[in-house]
Design a protein around this ligand. Structure first.
Ligand code: PLP
Length: 438
């Protein structure tokens, strides 16, 4: 076997230093720290694909609006707990412009990133009905969301959607819902980590069953419109984003500034609560708070308790970005399309050297090229592959951590630099030579 770009000993020692027993379960932060340490000690560059952080400059529209707002002195004022009226209005318009769904400004609530949006949603959903104390994850998914459920002391159930695409989703989903304990269903679309996109027929199944079993749907749109197979970037024009909102009345759409607008650092998003859900009262909420509806509890009880609103200046930024997008003056998706181009080139290299895509299609259509993709190597488990690639100076996270039952890993395109394609090609050629497939 030819020697690897990074010495095996160095990686093994570093993993040992971190006291990680099972590398397939290493968190993103652990992989990042190990890669950084090995890079420093060896002096050899790593191709870093573990972090899901935007690798592009922040939206200039947002930065400008935020600076102007700060200069006007808004930093000294508590923001309105309901959210900046301008942001609420533009968020509602944004949903109409790009999804063709009506959600009133009242229900569009700024949050400190979608992370807070899901935390507040999980909490509120689990308080509606004491019998419904469990969140259902349509996995694979974003690991921190399960941590949120654990932190708040609630329960979750999960299944890997890999074997349940299309019509097969119905029975699988119903097998959970019919037990009567599911307060909310969550999935991301496009999906982190697999970049699958649930199709309209699948969203219909989710929506119909959610209605039948009176369950709330949390549609996580962190990668809003970033399915680059279609151009979702023209406001008030088809094609519109597919959504569960066409099939159920009780949902929250989670919109994030982080990826589509490269605005992760300011921690800003908008949780958009459907009109019917906003105005619905639940016995569990009435008992706990003495009144209120889902929407008012979400804002005036839960968000108030969590952070008393969202950073004032970031709300001005988000309002300006959404307004410019709605007015057709800012093609935000074209700014992030580069992730798709990177994914296309990276996948090509991996496939050339014997890797395969794990989640590779949406009901027969190849998955889109975007922020993430998933790869496996014949005969290797997730843990083996993720560790082995470290010897070649390539860092990624194992699918095990995402609730996937498949063997492989998630690669993120956001930090890839132009000179790294050639480097990856060379390293993966060596990998293939060292790991001949029978
Ligand atoms: C699926 C998913 N949801 C939510 C988030 C968090 O978004 P935010 O930065 O708005 O909290 C991420 C970030 O990686 C994500 O991948």
């Amino acid at each position: 076997m030819k020697s690897t770009p990074i010495s095996r000993d160095l990686i093994d020692r570093t993993i040992e230093d971190f006291q990680i027993m099972d590398f397939s379960k290493a968190t993103i932060r652990e992989v990042k720290a190990i890669a950084a340490k090995a890079e420093k000690e060896s002096g050899i560059e790593f191709i870093k694909m573990e972090m899901g952080v935007p690798g592009l400059p922040p939206s200039a529209v947002g930065v400008k609006a935020e600076i102007e707002a700060l200069q006007k002195g808004i930093a000294s004022l508590y923001p309105d707990i309901n959210g900046l009226p301008e942001l609420k209005k533009e968020a509602s318009r944004f949903i109409k412009a790009f999804i063709n769904v009506d959600v009133s400004p009242e229900g569009c609530v700024p949050v400190t990133g979608s992370m807070q949006g899901t935390f507040a949603s999980f909490l509120t959903c689990c308080q509606c009905d004491p019998k419904k104390d469990t969140i259902l994850f349509i996995d694979p998914g974003f690991p921190v969301q399960k941590q949120q459920v654990v932190v708040m002391g609630q329960k979750y159930e999960t299944f890997d959607v890999y074997d349940y695409r299309g019509a097969k989703l119905r029975d699988k989903l119903e097998s959970y819902l019919k037990k009567g304990n599911i307060s909310a269903i969550i999935y991301s679309n496009p999906n982190n980590p697999s970049w699958i996109c649930l199709k309209d027929e699948e969203l219909r199944i989710i929506g119909e069953l959610a209605t039948k079993y009176d369950t709330i749907v949390l549609e996580d749109l962190a990668y809003f419109g970033m399915d680059f197979r279609q151009d979702f970037g023209k406001p008030f024009q088809p094609p519109y984003l597919p959504t569960v909102a066409h099939y159920t009345d009780y949902y929250v759409m989670l919109i994030s500034g982080s990826k589509a607008f490269s605005y992760a650092g300011q921690r800003i998003g908008v949780s958009c609560i459907s009109d019917k859900l906003y105005h619905r009262s639940y016995e569990g909420l009435t008992t706990r708070y003495g009144g209120g509806t889902f929407g008012t509890v979400f804002i005036h009880r839960v968000l108030y308790a969590l952070s008393s609103g969202t950073s004032h200046s970031a709300q001005f930024a988000m309002a300006a970005m959404l307004k410019a997008a709605n007015d057709g003056k800012y093609d935000f998706l074209s700014e992030v399309k580069v992730y798709g181009e990177r994914a296309r080139r990276l996948k090509e290299i991996f496939l050339k050297h014997g890797f395969y895509l794990v989640y590779d299609n949406d009901l027969g259509e190849p998955v889109a090229d975007g922020f993430y993709f998933t790869i496996g190597y014949p005969g290797m488990s997730s843990g083996e592959l993720v560790r082995e690639l470290m010897y070649y100076g390539v860092s990624a996270i194992s699918l095990v951590t995402t609730g996937s039952n498949q063997e492989g890993l998630r690669a993120c395109t956001s930090f890839i630099q132009d000179h790294q394609y050639e480097l990856l090609d060379e390293r993966m050629a060596l990998f293939a030579e060292n790991h001949p497939v029978a």
